[in-house]
Design a protein around this ligand. Structure first.
Ligand code: PEP
Ligand code: MN
Length: 339
């Protein structure tokens, strides 16, 4: 249930409604919008008459949310959420924010070289995995903490924010100084312990759609994080598994407008994992921006043919620079901009 308070409702009126909800056994999540305060009441259903709440002073409207996800639903924050990574990087506002970098951090030379090029091209966030969820246990598993350190240094030098994948709750504290946004990979979208642990912190989380997850399942996974009080969640469409085998995955572009309607959370596109082929990345990146994505995450490598992971889908720096120039032309057509 969502309770929209009247414009100018007093703090005492808001607190009274919160107290009544708590007395009914609800957990209350408060969202202070530009003009209205919205209270999200979640929890196990108890016998109560929602009209009792409509009559309370200062209440404008009481809405039952019929979808299984509540805090992630658009009704909870009709104006949309802007996730702030700090240093002026905001996902969900007018700017389409681009994260770029190698699939895995491999060496100092590599990460500094890629960071410099993507920063020059207009990316705001440096991506790079240090803990890699590889399909085969014999494939490169990532550099771990030393890789995160290198990534942070490179990002600081070129004024970029960072995003890197976390695979286990035990890694969160160690990673905090190195990342501005935690990535939950597709394979971990339903790792509920990890999601709950990320709900306890206040740093942004990039939640990637699972390989065969429905949009509703993605939003329910986001709900795990939100219900812990961490509202800084960015969703990511990175392709789903279908009967098609030509591309690595099938880029479900329709998920972008659908999720924008169902949820207030920003959503970005990952054309690299969605296609698995370097030559298909620019067209799908352009399409994602045209479809209304709030950002993109793109794999770029200084020497893709020698990359330790996902080289086939990694762009050469020059192709990435060219793509950014194209996105700068597309974004204004839909009222957005690219740095
Ligand atoms: C990645 O970002 O390198 C990655 C492993 O992505 P996904 O979880 O979407 O497969
Ligand atoms: Mn990858």
């Amino acid at each position: 249930m969502v309770i929209v308070m009247q414009e100018g409702a007093s703090e005492a009126q808001i607190q009274h409604v919160i107290d009544r909800l708590v007395a009914h056994g609800f957990n209350v999540h408060r969202s202070t919008g530009e003009s209205h305060t919205v209270l999200g009441a979640v929890g196990v259903h108890r016998d109560f008459d929602h009209r009792d709440f409509e009559l309370l002073d200062g209440v404008r409207e009481v809405m039952r949310i019929t979808q299984p996800f509540k805090l992630a639903s658009r009704q909870f924050r009709p104006e949309g959420t802007i996730v702030d990574l700090g240093h002026g990087v905001k996902i969900g506002g007018p700017e389409v924010v681009v994260a770029a970098g190698p699939c895995s951090v491999e060496s100092r030379e590599q990460i500094f070289c890629v960071a410099e090029c993507v920063a020059k091209a207009g990316a705001k966030i440096l991506r790079g995995g240090a803990f890699k969820p590889r399909t085969s246990p014999y494939a490169f598993q990532g550099m771990g903490e030393p890789g995160l350190k290198l990534m942070r240094e490179a990002a600081d030098q070129f004024r970029l924010s960072t995003v890197s994948e976390v695979m286990d709750p035990s890694q969160i504290q160690m990673m905090l100084p190195y990342v501005d946004m935690f990535q939950v990979g597709a394979r971990n979208m339903q790792n509920y312990y990890l999601l709950r642990a990320l709900g306890e912190i206040r740093k942004p989380v990039l939640l990637k759609r699972g390989l065969s997850a429905t949009m509703e399942e993605l939003l329910l996974s986001a709900e795990y994080i939100l219900s812990g009080g961490n509202y800084n969640v960015v969703l990511c469409e990175r392709g789903i598994r279908t009967f098609e085998t030509y591309t690595r995955n099938t880029f479900d572009l329709a998920a972008i407008p659908v999720i924008k309607k169902l949820s207030h959370l920003p959503i970005i596109g990952d054309p690299s994992h969605a296609t698995g082929r370097r030559d298909k990345v620019p067209p799908m990146a352009r399409a994602a921006v045209a479809a209304g994505a709030d950002g993109l995450i793109i794999e770029v490598h200084n020497d893709p043919d020698r990359a330790l992971s996902d080289g086939a889908q990694s762009l050469e720096p020059s192709t990435f620079t060219q793509l950014m120039a194209e996105l700068r032309i597309i974004a204004p057509a839909i009222g957005r901009r690219v740095a």
